[in-house]
Design a protein around this ligand. Structure first.
Ligand code: ZN
Length: 204
């Protein structure tokens, strides 16, 4: 270090020398800035991309409030509600409707409405290709009429709200593509509308 310092000191004694020293110091400052900028910027860039991922994850599934969410993503039209709803010109359709029908185009993804364990993933009489989820406390949700070979869960699997279950279809006693969403308490079907409304997820 002695020689360069001596050189700098020698240069510092002349006007052109001082200019040269200033130039060297400026160059050094620029070099330090070039090296440090990525080190400072990278953590911000990483933090930025992590935020973006979280946002896109939140947008991937249906609207949720706490641990529960809608079984379909986005808007849907409604079919038969819960209770006495005979279907014109359909001899095989049950007149007393045990679920809530939600319509999106054939093939739309059906999602778990809440956390629990899959207790059925396959054909059930009347309901066609069906997933049932046990949420504990003798509460079960059922997703009926899904397309054959579309199920993405298996019996015993743990799911949360927004887990894709399969594709909307028209299997079983159905006259067109729709989701038959059913809620059962202690083995008896209950009206999904007040049930979901109480969770902050009103069905329209
Ligand atoms: Zn139905």
């Amino acid at each position: 270090m002695g020689a360069p310092l001596a050189t700098a000191a020698a240069l510092g004694r002349s006007r052109t020398g001082r200019k040269a020293v200033k130039g060297v110091l400026l160059a050094l400052a620029l070099a330090v800035a070039v090296v440090l900028t990525p080190l400072i910027a990278i953590p911000f860039a990483v933090a930025g991309s992590a935020t973006t991922v979280a946002v896109s994850d939140a947008q991937a599934g249906p609207v949720a409030v706490g641990e529960w969410g809608y079984p379909l993503k986005g808007s849907y039209s409604t079919g038969r509600g819960f209770g006495w709803h005979p279907v014109n010109n359909c001899a095989f359709c049950p007149k007393d409707h045990l679920g809530y029908d939600m319509d999106q185009p054939c093939g739309a993804t059906v999602y778990a409405a809440g956390p629990g364990r899959v207790i059925n993933a396959g054909p059930m009489p009347g309901w066609g290709n069906t997933v049932r989820i046990d949420h504990g406390g003798e509460l079960v949700t059922l997703y009926g009429h899904m397309a054959w070979d579309s199920l993405r869960v298996i019996v015993g699997q743990q799911v949360t709200a927004g887990t894709p279950l399969g594709d909307e279809g028209s299997t079983g006693k159905s006259t067109g593509c729709h989701l038959h969403f059913e809620v059962q308490k202690s083995g008896t079907a209950i009206d999904p509308e007040p049930f979901m409304a109480a969770l902050g997820l009103p069905l329209r």
